[in-house]
Design a protein around this ligand. Structure first.
Ligand code: PLP
Length: 400
Protein backbone atom coordinates (compact mmCIF):
# COMPACT_ATOMS: atom_id res chain seq x y z
CA UNK A 1 0.00 0.00 0.00
CA UNK A 2 1.44 3.39 -0.96
CA UNK A 3 0.94 5.69 2.01
CA UNK A 4 2.78 8.83 0.95
CA UNK A 5 2.75 10.64 -2.35
CA UNK A 6 6.52 10.11 -2.76
CA UNK A 7 5.82 6.34 -2.84
CA UNK A 8 4.19 6.67 -6.28
CA UNK A 9 6.49 5.95 -9.22
CA UNK A 10 5.26 9.08 -11.01
CA UNK A 11 6.56 11.12 -8.08
CA UNK A 12 9.86 9.28 -7.64
CA UNK A 13 8.87 6.03 -5.85
CA UNK A 14 9.41 2.40 -6.89
CA UNK A 15 7.12 0.92 -9.55
CA UNK A 16 4.45 -1.41 -8.14
CA UNK A 17 4.98 -3.89 -11.01
CA UNK A 18 8.25 -4.88 -12.68
CA UNK A 19 6.54 -5.69 -15.97
CA UNK A 20 3.76 -3.81 -17.71
CA UNK A 21 0.27 -5.15 -17.05
CA UNK A 22 -1.47 -4.64 -20.36
CA UNK A 23 -5.15 -3.83 -20.64
CA UNK A 24 -5.56 -7.11 -22.50
CA UNK A 25 -3.15 -9.79 -23.57
CA UNK A 26 -3.74 -12.62 -25.94
CA UNK A 27 -5.31 -15.74 -24.38
CA UNK A 28 -2.76 -18.29 -25.49
CA UNK A 29 -3.83 -21.89 -26.00
CA UNK A 30 -1.38 -24.65 -24.93
CA UNK A 31 1.73 -24.64 -27.12
CA UNK A 32 1.40 -28.36 -27.94
CA UNK A 33 -2.07 -27.69 -29.43
CA UNK A 34 -0.75 -24.79 -31.48
CA UNK A 35 2.17 -26.94 -32.74
CA UNK A 36 -0.13 -29.70 -33.78
CA UNK A 37 -2.53 -27.32 -35.60
CA UNK A 38 0.33 -25.62 -37.43
CA UNK A 39 1.91 -28.98 -38.35
CA UNK A 40 -1.33 -29.78 -40.15
CA UNK A 41 -1.13 -26.52 -42.11
CA UNK A 42 2.48 -27.28 -43.08
CA UNK A 43 1.68 -30.84 -44.10
CA UNK A 44 -1.22 -29.74 -46.26
CA UNK A 45 0.82 -26.77 -47.64
CA UNK A 46 -2.47 -24.92 -47.65
CA UNK A 47 -2.18 -21.44 -46.12
CA UNK A 48 -4.82 -19.25 -47.78
CA UNK A 49 -7.90 -19.22 -50.04
CA UNK A 50 -10.64 -20.79 -47.90
CA UNK A 51 -8.65 -23.75 -46.64
CA UNK A 52 -10.11 -26.50 -44.47
CA UNK A 53 -9.54 -24.65 -41.19
CA UNK A 54 -11.31 -21.49 -42.39
CA UNK A 55 -14.19 -23.61 -43.62
CA UNK A 56 -14.31 -25.39 -40.26
CA UNK A 57 -14.28 -22.07 -38.39
CA UNK A 58 -17.11 -20.70 -40.57
CA UNK A 59 -19.08 -23.77 -39.53
CA UNK A 60 -18.09 -23.83 -35.84
CA UNK A 61 -18.58 -20.12 -35.25
CA UNK A 62 -22.08 -20.29 -36.79
CA UNK A 63 -22.80 -23.21 -34.47
CA UNK A 64 -21.43 -21.31 -31.45
CA UNK A 65 -23.40 -18.13 -32.20
CA UNK A 66 -26.43 -20.20 -33.28
CA UNK A 67 -26.75 -18.42 -36.61
CA UNK A 68 -27.29 -20.00 -39.98
CA UNK A 69 -24.26 -18.35 -41.56
CA UNK A 70 -20.84 -17.18 -40.43
CA UNK A 71 -18.36 -15.71 -42.89
CA UNK A 72 -14.83 -15.41 -41.53
CA UNK A 73 -12.67 -12.54 -42.79
CA UNK A 74 -9.35 -10.79 -42.21
CA UNK A 75 -10.33 -8.64 -39.22
CA UNK A 76 -13.26 -6.87 -37.56
CA UNK A 77 -12.82 -3.66 -39.55
CA UNK A 78 -13.02 -5.53 -42.85
CA UNK A 79 -16.02 -7.45 -41.48
CA UNK A 80 -17.83 -4.14 -40.90
CA UNK A 81 -16.83 -2.79 -44.34
CA UNK A 82 -17.98 -5.92 -46.14
CA UNK A 83 -21.23 -6.07 -44.19
CA UNK A 84 -22.04 -2.41 -44.93
CA UNK A 85 -21.31 -3.01 -48.65
CA UNK A 86 -23.33 -6.21 -48.82
CA UNK A 87 -26.35 -4.47 -47.30
CA UNK A 88 -26.24 -2.06 -50.27
CA UNK A 89 -26.92 0.96 -48.10
CA UNK A 90 -26.62 4.47 -49.39
CA UNK A 91 -26.39 7.97 -47.95
CA UNK A 92 -26.23 8.27 -44.17
CA UNK A 93 -25.79 5.66 -41.47
CA UNK A 94 -26.22 6.62 -37.81
CA UNK A 95 -23.43 5.38 -35.55
CA UNK A 96 -22.32 6.22 -31.99
CA UNK A 97 -19.55 8.78 -31.42
CA UNK A 98 -18.50 6.74 -28.40
CA UNK A 99 -16.91 3.68 -30.02
CA UNK A 100 -13.61 2.41 -31.35
CA UNK A 101 -12.68 4.53 -34.39
CA UNK A 102 -12.80 1.51 -36.73
CA UNK A 103 -16.60 1.31 -36.37
CA UNK A 104 -16.99 4.68 -38.03
CA UNK A 105 -14.02 4.41 -40.39
CA UNK A 106 -15.47 1.19 -41.83
CA UNK A 107 -18.58 3.10 -42.92
CA UNK A 108 -16.46 5.74 -44.65
CA UNK A 109 -14.48 3.01 -46.44
CA UNK A 110 -17.78 1.47 -47.55
CA UNK A 111 -18.68 4.78 -49.24
CA UNK A 112 -21.30 5.80 -46.68
CA UNK A 113 -21.70 8.97 -44.64
CA UNK A 114 -21.48 8.25 -40.92
CA UNK A 115 -23.72 10.48 -38.83
CA UNK A 116 -22.58 10.46 -35.23
CA UNK A 117 -25.02 10.20 -32.35
CA UNK A 118 -24.64 10.34 -28.59
CA UNK A 119 -24.84 7.40 -26.16
CA UNK A 120 -26.58 6.88 -22.85
CA UNK A 121 -23.80 7.56 -20.30
CA UNK A 122 -25.17 4.81 -18.05
CA UNK A 123 -25.00 1.91 -20.52
CA UNK A 124 -22.41 3.68 -22.74
CA UNK A 125 -24.42 2.53 -25.78
CA UNK A 126 -27.00 3.96 -28.19
CA UNK A 127 -30.73 4.06 -27.45
CA UNK A 128 -33.71 5.03 -29.63
CA UNK A 129 -33.61 8.44 -27.90
CA UNK A 130 -29.98 9.11 -28.89
CA UNK A 131 -30.58 7.94 -32.48
CA UNK A 132 -33.93 9.58 -33.28
CA UNK A 133 -32.78 13.23 -33.66
CA UNK A 134 -30.34 12.19 -36.42
CA UNK A 135 -32.80 10.51 -38.77
CA UNK A 136 -33.16 12.41 -42.05
CA UNK A 137 -34.57 11.45 -45.46
CA UNK A 138 -30.99 10.43 -46.36
CA UNK A 139 -30.67 7.90 -43.52
CA UNK A 140 -30.56 4.29 -44.71
CA UNK A 141 -29.23 2.46 -41.68
CA UNK A 142 -28.15 2.29 -38.05
CA UNK A 143 -24.88 0.71 -36.96
CA UNK A 144 -25.16 -0.01 -33.22
CA UNK A 145 -22.29 -1.28 -31.06
CA UNK A 146 -22.38 -3.91 -28.31
CA UNK A 147 -19.75 -2.39 -26.07
CA UNK A 148 -17.56 -3.97 -23.40
CA UNK A 149 -18.55 -7.62 -23.69
CA UNK A 150 -22.28 -7.22 -23.14
CA UNK A 151 -25.29 -6.74 -25.38
CA UNK A 152 -26.76 -3.31 -26.04
CA UNK A 153 -30.55 -3.56 -26.14
CA UNK A 154 -30.79 -5.14 -29.58
CA UNK A 155 -34.48 -6.09 -29.46
CA UNK A 156 -35.54 -2.52 -28.66
CA UNK A 157 -33.33 -1.27 -31.50
CA UNK A 158 -34.77 -3.86 -33.89
CA UNK A 159 -38.31 -2.60 -33.28
CA UNK A 160 -37.20 1.02 -33.53
CA UNK A 161 -35.37 0.49 -36.86
CA UNK A 162 -38.13 -1.60 -38.37
CA UNK A 163 -40.79 1.03 -37.49
CA UNK A 164 -38.74 3.60 -39.39
CA UNK A 165 -37.82 1.39 -42.34
CA UNK A 166 -34.10 1.51 -41.54
CA UNK A 167 -31.57 -1.31 -41.84
CA UNK A 168 -30.03 -2.16 -38.48
CA UNK A 169 -26.67 -3.90 -38.20
CA UNK A 170 -24.20 -4.34 -35.38
CA UNK A 171 -20.58 -3.93 -34.46
CA UNK A 172 -20.30 -7.02 -32.27
CA UNK A 173 -16.49 -6.90 -32.08
CA UNK A 174 -16.64 -6.93 -28.26
CA UNK A 175 -19.70 -9.16 -28.02
CA UNK A 176 -18.45 -12.69 -28.70
CA UNK A 177 -20.55 -15.27 -26.87
CA UNK A 178 -22.91 -12.77 -25.21
CA UNK A 179 -26.65 -13.13 -25.26
CA UNK A 180 -29.83 -11.45 -24.17
CA UNK A 181 -33.12 -13.25 -23.56
CA UNK A 182 -31.37 -16.47 -24.62
CA UNK A 183 -30.63 -15.02 -28.06
CA UNK A 184 -26.92 -14.87 -28.86
CA UNK A 185 -25.32 -11.74 -30.26
CA UNK A 186 -24.86 -12.54 -33.92
CA UNK A 187 -28.58 -13.05 -34.52
CA UNK A 188 -29.72 -9.44 -34.35
CA UNK A 189 -30.45 -6.95 -37.09
CA UNK A 190 -29.47 -7.72 -40.68
CA UNK A 191 -26.01 -8.91 -39.68
CA UNK A 192 -23.31 -8.59 -37.03
CA UNK A 193 -19.55 -8.12 -37.32
CA UNK A 194 -17.07 -9.68 -34.86
CA UNK A 195 -13.36 -9.21 -34.24
CA UNK A 196 -10.90 -12.00 -33.40
CA UNK A 197 -8.10 -9.54 -32.64
CA UNK A 198 -5.52 -10.59 -30.04
CA UNK A 199 -7.23 -8.42 -27.40
CA UNK A 200 -10.59 -10.13 -27.86
CA UNK A 201 -11.93 -13.02 -25.81
CA UNK A 202 -11.76 -15.26 -28.87
CA UNK A 203 -8.74 -14.55 -31.00
CA UNK A 204 -6.91 -15.64 -34.08
CA UNK A 205 -4.13 -13.06 -33.61
CA UNK A 206 -6.10 -10.99 -36.09
CA UNK A 207 -9.39 -12.06 -37.67
CA UNK A 208 -13.06 -11.31 -37.90
CA UNK A 209 -16.41 -12.76 -38.86
CA UNK A 210 -19.84 -11.69 -40.06
CA UNK A 211 -22.94 -13.60 -39.01
CA UNK A 212 -26.44 -13.50 -40.43
CA UNK A 213 -29.55 -15.62 -40.78
CA UNK A 214 -30.22 -14.30 -44.28
CA UNK A 215 -28.98 -16.74 -46.95
CA UNK A 216 -28.96 -14.14 -49.72
CA UNK A 217 -26.91 -11.74 -47.63
CA UNK A 218 -24.51 -14.56 -46.69
CA UNK A 219 -23.93 -15.30 -50.40
CA UNK A 220 -23.10 -11.66 -50.97
CA UNK A 221 -20.74 -11.58 -47.99
CA UNK A 222 -18.89 -14.67 -49.24
CA UNK A 223 -18.63 -13.17 -52.69
CA UNK A 224 -17.32 -9.79 -51.50
CA UNK A 225 -14.68 -11.33 -49.19
CA UNK A 226 -13.02 -12.99 -52.18
CA UNK A 227 -11.63 -10.77 -54.90
CA UNK A 228 -11.27 -13.75 -57.23
CA UNK A 229 -14.18 -14.40 -59.62
CA UNK A 230 -13.87 -18.20 -59.37
CA UNK A 231 -15.85 -18.20 -56.08
CA UNK A 232 -18.77 -16.08 -57.27
CA UNK A 233 -22.07 -16.69 -55.53
CA UNK A 234 -24.00 -13.45 -55.90
CA UNK A 235 -23.96 -10.22 -57.89
CA UNK A 236 -22.23 -7.58 -55.75
CA UNK A 237 -21.10 -4.03 -56.51
CA UNK A 238 -17.48 -4.47 -55.41
CA UNK A 239 -15.17 -7.15 -54.04
CA UNK A 240 -12.05 -7.12 -51.88
CA UNK A 241 -9.44 -9.44 -50.42
CA UNK A 242 -11.08 -10.08 -47.05
CA UNK A 243 -9.96 -13.71 -46.76
CA UNK A 244 -8.92 -15.20 -43.45
CA UNK A 245 -5.70 -17.24 -43.46
CA UNK A 246 -5.36 -20.82 -42.23
CA UNK A 247 -2.99 -19.63 -39.47
CA UNK A 248 -5.66 -17.24 -38.13
CA UNK A 249 -8.33 -19.94 -38.33
CA UNK A 250 -6.09 -22.45 -36.50
CA UNK A 251 -5.64 -20.08 -33.55
CA UNK A 252 -9.28 -19.02 -33.54
CA UNK A 253 -10.47 -22.65 -33.49
CA UNK A 254 -8.29 -23.38 -30.47
CA UNK A 255 -9.50 -20.20 -28.80
CA UNK A 256 -13.13 -21.13 -29.46
CA UNK A 257 -12.56 -24.44 -27.65
CA UNK A 258 -11.26 -22.54 -24.62
CA UNK A 259 -14.00 -19.89 -24.61
CA UNK A 260 -15.82 -21.17 -21.48
CA UNK A 261 -12.64 -21.28 -19.36
CA UNK A 262 -11.49 -17.88 -20.60
CA UNK A 263 -14.83 -16.26 -19.77
CA UNK A 264 -14.85 -17.93 -16.33
CA UNK A 265 -11.36 -16.54 -15.66
CA UNK A 266 -12.48 -13.09 -16.88
CA UNK A 267 -15.44 -13.23 -14.51
CA UNK A 268 -13.19 -14.23 -11.61
CA UNK A 269 -10.92 -11.21 -12.22
CA UNK A 270 -13.94 -8.93 -12.71
CA UNK A 271 -15.30 -10.04 -9.31
CA UNK A 272 -11.89 -9.45 -7.71
CA UNK A 273 -11.94 -5.92 -9.16
CA UNK A 274 -15.49 -5.39 -7.92
CA UNK A 275 -14.46 -6.29 -4.39
CA UNK A 276 -11.18 -4.39 -4.53
CA UNK A 277 -12.67 -1.17 -5.88
CA UNK A 278 -15.80 -1.14 -3.76
CA UNK A 279 -16.35 1.93 -1.63
CA UNK A 280 -13.71 4.12 -3.30
CA UNK A 281 -15.40 7.52 -3.62
CA UNK A 282 -15.92 8.58 -7.23
CA UNK A 283 -14.65 5.31 -8.72
CA UNK A 284 -17.31 3.06 -10.18
CA UNK A 285 -16.82 -0.18 -12.03
CA UNK A 286 -19.04 -0.68 -15.09
CA UNK A 287 -21.76 -3.07 -14.04
CA UNK A 288 -22.81 -5.91 -16.27
CA UNK A 289 -26.46 -6.68 -16.69
CA UNK A 290 -27.06 -9.88 -14.66
CA UNK A 291 -29.94 -10.80 -16.99
CA UNK A 292 -27.64 -11.16 -20.01
CA UNK A 293 -24.66 -13.43 -20.72
CA UNK A 294 -21.54 -11.29 -20.78
CA UNK A 295 -17.90 -12.14 -21.53
CA UNK A 296 -16.28 -9.86 -18.91
CA UNK A 297 -13.33 -9.14 -21.19
CA UNK A 298 -13.14 -5.47 -20.16
CA UNK A 299 -12.58 -3.76 -16.83
CA UNK A 300 -14.05 -0.29 -17.27
CA UNK A 301 -14.24 2.24 -14.49
CA UNK A 302 -15.69 5.70 -14.43
CA UNK A 303 -13.94 8.34 -12.37
CA UNK A 304 -16.06 11.22 -11.19
CA UNK A 305 -13.60 14.01 -10.43
CA UNK A 306 -15.99 15.80 -8.06
CA UNK A 307 -16.26 12.74 -5.81
CA UNK A 308 -12.80 11.23 -6.29
CA UNK A 309 -10.97 14.53 -5.83
CA UNK A 310 -8.82 13.94 -8.91
CA UNK A 311 -9.42 13.92 -12.63
CA UNK A 312 -9.33 10.59 -14.48
CA UNK A 313 -6.16 11.78 -16.29
CA UNK A 314 -4.24 11.90 -13.01
CA UNK A 315 -5.27 8.34 -12.15
CA UNK A 316 -4.13 7.45 -15.68
CA UNK A 317 -0.70 9.11 -15.25
CA UNK A 318 -0.06 7.63 -11.82
CA UNK A 319 -1.17 4.11 -12.69
CA UNK A 320 0.76 4.09 -15.97
CA UNK A 321 3.93 5.03 -14.08
CA UNK A 322 3.35 1.95 -11.86
CA UNK A 323 3.31 -0.24 -15.00
CA UNK A 324 -0.47 -0.54 -14.85
CA UNK A 325 -1.26 0.11 -18.49
CA UNK A 326 -4.66 1.74 -18.74
CA UNK A 327 -6.57 3.34 -21.58
CA UNK A 328 -8.80 6.41 -21.70
CA UNK A 329 -11.76 5.41 -23.82
CA UNK A 330 -12.54 6.62 -26.44
CA UNK A 331 -10.74 9.86 -25.86
CA UNK A 332 -11.26 12.38 -27.41
CA UNK A 333 -14.40 10.85 -29.03
CA UNK A 334 -14.94 10.36 -32.75
CA UNK A 335 -16.83 13.68 -32.89
CA UNK A 336 -13.51 15.38 -32.10
CA UNK A 337 -11.48 13.39 -34.63
CA UNK A 338 -10.75 14.20 -38.26
CA UNK A 339 -12.58 13.98 -40.61
CA UNK A 340 -15.75 13.57 -38.52
CA UNK A 341 -15.23 16.70 -36.40
CA UNK A 342 -15.60 18.79 -39.54
CA UNK A 343 -18.94 17.38 -40.64
CA UNK A 344 -21.99 19.63 -40.44
CA UNK A 345 -24.00 16.88 -38.74
CA UNK A 346 -21.35 16.65 -36.01
CA UNK A 347 -21.20 20.39 -35.45
CA UNK A 348 -24.97 20.61 -34.93
CA UNK A 349 -25.22 17.68 -32.51
CA UNK A 350 -25.09 17.20 -28.79
CA UNK A 351 -22.58 14.73 -27.35
CA UNK A 352 -23.08 15.22 -23.62
CA UNK A 353 -22.96 11.50 -22.78
CA UNK A 354 -19.96 10.84 -25.02
CA UNK A 355 -18.06 13.85 -23.64
CA UNK A 356 -18.65 12.74 -20.07
CA UNK A 357 -17.38 9.23 -20.82
CA UNK A 358 -14.37 10.50 -22.77
CA UNK A 359 -13.40 12.51 -19.68
CA UNK A 360 -14.16 9.92 -17.03
CA UNK A 361 -13.69 6.42 -18.43
CA UNK A 362 -10.60 4.35 -17.71
CA UNK A 363 -9.92 0.77 -18.78
CA UNK A 364 -7.86 -1.24 -16.30
CA UNK A 365 -5.85 -4.34 -17.17
CA UNK A 366 -7.19 -7.88 -17.14
CA UNK A 367 -5.65 -10.86 -18.89
CA UNK A 368 -4.67 -14.49 -18.66
CA UNK A 369 -1.28 -13.52 -17.17
CA UNK A 370 -2.78 -11.50 -14.29
CA UNK A 371 -3.19 -13.18 -10.92
CA UNK A 372 -5.77 -12.33 -8.28
CA UNK A 373 -2.89 -10.77 -6.31
CA UNK A 374 -2.14 -8.48 -9.27
CA UNK A 375 -5.78 -7.38 -9.37
CA UNK A 376 -5.72 -6.69 -5.62
CA UNK A 377 -2.54 -4.65 -6.04
CA UNK A 378 -4.08 -2.55 -8.86
CA UNK A 379 -7.14 -1.90 -6.68
CA UNK A 380 -4.94 -0.91 -3.73
CA UNK A 381 -3.12 1.56 -5.98
CA UNK A 382 -6.43 3.10 -7.11
CA UNK A 383 -7.55 3.32 -3.47
CA UNK A 384 -4.28 4.95 -2.36
CA UNK A 385 -4.43 7.49 -5.17
CA UNK A 386 -7.95 8.49 -4.16
CA UNK A 387 -7.06 8.60 -0.45
CA UNK A 388 -4.14 10.91 -1.20
CA UNK A 389 -6.13 12.99 -3.71
CA UNK A 390 -5.52 16.35 -2.00
CA UNK A 391 -1.73 16.18 -1.66
CA UNK A 392 -1.40 14.56 -5.10
CA UNK A 393 -3.43 17.36 -6.66
CA UNK A 394 -1.28 20.01 -4.94
CA UNK A 395 1.89 18.29 -6.06
CA UNK A 396 0.66 17.86 -9.65
CA UNK A 397 -0.34 21.53 -9.75
CA UNK A 398 3.23 22.42 -8.76
CA UNK A 399 4.78 20.07 -11.35
CA UNK A 400 6.23 21.96 -14.35
C1 PLP B 1 -15.77 -1.82 -31.05
C2 PLP B 1 -14.74 -2.22 -32.08
N1 PLP B 1 -15.09 -2.21 -33.39
C3 PLP B 1 -14.22 -2.57 -34.34
C4 PLP B 1 -12.94 -2.99 -34.05
C5 PLP B 1 -12.01 -3.38 -35.15
O1 PLP B 1 -11.66 -4.74 -35.07
P1 PLP B 1 -10.29 -5.26 -35.70
O2 PLP B 1 -9.19 -4.78 -34.81
O3 PLP B 1 -10.41 -6.73 -35.70
O4 PLP B 1 -10.19 -4.68 -37.07
C6 PLP B 1 -12.53 -3.02 -32.72
C7 PLP B 1 -11.16 -3.45 -32.41
O5 PLP B 1 -10.61 -3.45 -31.38
C8 PLP B 1 -13.44 -2.62 -31.70
O6 PLP B 1 -13.09 -2.62 -30.41
Amino acid sequence: MKKHIEDFAFLGGKKAFNHPLHIAQINLPPWEDVKSAFRGIFERRYFANHGPLVRELDHRFAEFVKTEHAVCVTNGTVALMILARALELSGEVIVPAYTFPATVQALSWAGLTPVLCDVDPKTQMVTPETIEPHITPRTSGILAVHLWGQPCEPEILENFASDRGLVLFFDACHGIGCSTNSRRIGNFGAGEAFSFHATKVLNGGEGGCITTNNAQLADKLRTIRNFHPSETFAPVPLRINGKMSEAQAALALLSLKEYPENVAANFHRYEAYRLGLSGIPGVSLLEYNPASDNNYQYIIVEIDEKLAGLHRNIFFELLSAENVICRRHFYPGIHNMTPYSKMASTASSNFTGTDWLCQSSLQLPTSQVMTEQDVKMVCRLVRSIQLLADPIRSKMDDKP
